[in-house]
Unconditional design. Structure first.
Length: 589
């Protein structure tokens, strides 16, 4: 199987497995997050069912559902984005792996081609070596033949020299014989005179002459034979010379061929060395390509691991952010209830500002007056002066005045917000005005925007508007109850003051009627009047709850401090001290 196809198939399978695993993991984490939201929702519903205020559990549950849906949507979006980023990285690594595979394939092909060329060069070199060895052997044989020819020529020259010497000796013998023949002829001529006397000698001399002639003829024949041998030896010598010259020419040709073969062998050796170097370089490149492919594989694995970790971290981060956001939001909503028992409206409005500060970088609270809006509290604004010095006329066409007039949540974005008549400046992209209406009357209005705030995963305008509306709906019944309690406290305080005034008037009338009444009797009568006033106040304050029971006692202690220099003040202090001692004794008993 081709390495590129194998790498592509394995990479695709790995990407699919990683994507499926990451999707399953994110789905499981989202399910856990949804379960956590359901638990928080159940806790909110159970906590809200115990309250006597109008039940906003449906709004809280809807908020929890919307927050869960928004968190799931954000997690899904982040997961898709991370998956896209991881897929892009994996595609890049896959392309790099394919490029490495292609380069490795080309290097392998080049290596094979270089190996084949090396084999061809090696075969040519072996052939050239065989030819060189054959040429060396042929040259050695030619040298041997030349040596043999030189040896034969030397032997022929020796034979020719011997023949020449023999010819010279034969000539000398022939000359000697000729001299002997001449001498014999001379002797025969001289002996002719002595024919008769020397007939026997003549015959003997004739026999000697015939023998000498035979010897001369034999010498002549031998001389001719030697001449023929000399001529044949000379011809052989010439033939040997020509053969030696031809052998020398052949040896020169062979030497030239041997030099050419040696040069070709050197060139082939150089080409083989170059091919071996190229083959080594190709092997090095192939090894580097293999290392690069391994590094690319490791980088792809590391990128996939980083993508998995990033998916996990982002899912954890989103889950933590969603949990923290929901927890803080619910804490701010619950903080509104904590302001209710005996609290003041300003405490509830401060809790509203703190709750909105979760979603907005800048929040300002204004109290609604008859002809203007008065600054009360702010968070996030860089103001040179105190917020209380900021006054917005009711006649000004501003976002907060529009919200007061419509008694509804007003929102603005972009250029509309910058032209909304708010005196704070900055570069907000989204803002709103939240009116606080109690018993049909505008008590306050809250302005909030996102100028200079960090990016938030849960900072969409729709979500912020719904959260602000939920805060208002949660705060309105609490404020209604707190305002009613404040009015009831004011009425009870006035009633306590009226009872104390009546007690003081009764004490003064009794003191004026009988100035000689003992102190103990007068203080006992004052105690009876106090007990009666306590019972009256207790009956009036029972419907308002235990937080209103101490107002009458506070009035008493205030009167003791204010009238300490009068007889009423001293008798009142004595009565209260005796009552406290009696209460302590009863508790001890």
């Amino acid at each position: 199987m081709d390495y590129r196809n194998y790498a592509a198939r394995e990479t695709s399978a790995l990407v699919e497995r990683l994507a499926a695993g990451a999707a399953c993991k994110v789905a499981g984490e989202l399910q856990e997050l949804r379960q956590a939201f359901d638990m928080v929702k159940s806790a909110i519903e159970s906590a809200l069912t115990s309250q006597v205020i109008p039940d906003p559990s449906a709004d809280v549950a809807a908020l929890a559902d919307r927050l869960g849906a928004e968190a799931a949507k954000q997690v899904t979006t982040a997961t898709d984005q991370v998956r896209k980023d991881a897929q892009a990285v994996i595609d890049q690594l896959k392309a790099a792996a394919e490029a490495q595979a292609n380069e490795k394939t080309s290097l392998v092909a080049a290596l094979k081609e270089a190996s084949a060329q090396v084999e061809k060069l090696r075969a040519a070199l072996d052939t050239q070596k065989d030819l060189t060895e054959t040429a060396h052997k042929e040259y050695a044989r030619v040298l041997d033949r030349q040596k043999q020819a030189e040896t034969g020529r030397a032997e022929l020259e020796k034979s020719l020299e011997k023949a020449r010497r023999d010819h010279a000796a034969a000539n000398e013998q022939l000359q000697a014989l000729r001299k002997q023949l001449a001498a014999a002829r001379d002797d025969a001529a001289s002996a002719a005179k002595q024919r008769d006397a020397e007939a026997a000698e003549r015959e003997k001399t004739a026999a000697s002459l015939n023998a000498a002639s035979a010897k001369a003829q034999a010498a002549e024949a031998q001389n001719k034979e030697l001449l023929a041998k000399v001529k044949a030896g000379a011809a052989d010598i010439e033939a040997l010379k020509r053969a030696a010259a031809e052998q020398q020419q052949a040896a020169q040709v062979l030497r030239t061929k041997l030099d050419d073969s040696t040069s070709a062998a050197g060139a082939l050796e150089q080409r083989m060395q170059a091919a071996e170097r190229e083959s080594g370089e190709a092997r090095v490149k192939a090894a580097k390509a293999a290392q690069t492919a391994a590094a690319a594989t490791r980088a792809r694995e590391e990128a996939e691991a980083r993508a998995g970790r990033l998916l996990t971290e982002q899912a954890d981060t989103l889950r933590q952010h969603a949990g923290a956001f929901l927890s803080l939001s619910l804490d701010r909503l619950l903080a509104l209830d904590e302001c209710a028992p005996g609290g003041a409206p300003d405490d509830v409005l401060a809790a509203v500002v703190d709750a909105l500060a979760l979603q907005f970088a800048r929040v300002a609270l204004f109290r609604v007056q008859s002809n203007h809006l008065e600054g009360v509290r702010q968070l996030g604004f860089d103001l040179q002066a105190d917020i209380s010095q900021v006054l917005i006329p009711r006649t000004l066409d501003s976002l907060v005045n529009q919200a007061v007039a419509s008694a509804q949540l007003e929102t603005r974005s972009g250029g509309e917000l910058k032209n909304s008549g708010m005196p704070f400046g900055g570069n907000p992209e989204f803002g709103l005005a939240l009116p606080i209406i109690v018993d049909g009357q505008a008590l306050a209005v809250v302005y909030a925007d996102d100028s200079g705030g960090p990016h938030s995963e849960f900072g969409k305008p729709e979500l912020r508007s719904k959260f602000a509306e939920l805060v208002r709906r949660r705060a309105t019944p609490v404020l209604t109850r707190v305002v009613a309690q404040a009015k009831a406290l004011a009425e009870l305080d006035e009633y306590a003051a009226l009872l104390l005034t009546e007690i003081e008037h009764t004490y003064a009338a009794d003191l004026e009627a009988s100035k000689d009444t003992p102190d103990a009797e007068r203080q006992q009568q004052l105690m009876d009047n106090l007990d009666y006033a306590r019972r009256l106040y207790g009956q009036r304050a029972t419907s308002e709850g235990p937080w209103a029971a101490g107002l009458f006692e506070q009035r008493l202690f205030t009167a003791v401090e204010a009238r300490s220099a009068t007889r009423f003040g001293r008798d009142l202090a004595a009565v209260l001290g005796r009552r406290a001692a009696t209460s302590r004794a009863s508790s001890a008993g």
